[in-house]
Design a protein around this ligand. Sequence first.
Ligand SMILES: [Zn+2]
Length: 260
Amino acid sequence: MMDSKKTKLIENKFRILKPDSLLCNFVTKIRKLFLFCSFSCFFCCRCWKICSIFAIEMQQFYSSQLLERAVSEFSRLPGVGRKTALRFVLYLLRQRMEDVESFVSAVSSLRRDIKHCRICHNICDTDVCAVCSDNSRDTSKVCVVENIQDVMAIENTQQYHGLYHVLGGVISPVDGVSPGDLEIESLIDRVKVGGIDEIIFALSGTMEGDTTVFYISRRLSGLNVRITVIARGISVGGELEYTDELTLGRSILNRIPLGE
Ligand SMILES: [Zn+2]
């Protein structure tokens, strides 16, 4: 990303040069060399990483099959490699038996006893989650999010006091996720029941996120509900020159009066 930006800067600086001039040819050669070096460096780094992973897998020796099995199970977790998994396992081996049993019990009961709120599909311990059963919340607003991490992120801002609706993902034909796989029908049913004035979409600013917003907003048309989307723009503390063109363009289009 940075390489293409740098290349563009060089191009802009030397645009005034005549195409056949000596200096222009020299700049072109330097540019080609620069691109070749960055590509080679990128390839080598990737290659080295892949080779080292294979080397670790091949050389790993386990003195116990139980140890190997535990490492294999831990390494199935997202973002955990076999080295990290081995560190986790060795840590557990150093703990007291009661602590390890408490750890195992917490994980197994999590999978067995966890529930999804029958209204908003957030994760909870009862049939209805703490947000939906909170009488002090503004029940006329529903914020539509992709997953429960988004609920937690918005709750941490302490700026929103309405309800939520967790879709469980976004529409993505490439990944085989269709509208039928998401909690869209239950959202339509909630709006049809009445009492909801505004649906706030807080989905990722990706093509899949935009597709999902478009699809649901079409389904909600005619149901007398206000549809809004969270603002997208420059992050707090972000510098203008490093902001991508799409975000900057959206920020200008969605500008707000000073003081709001
Ligand atoms: Zn709920």
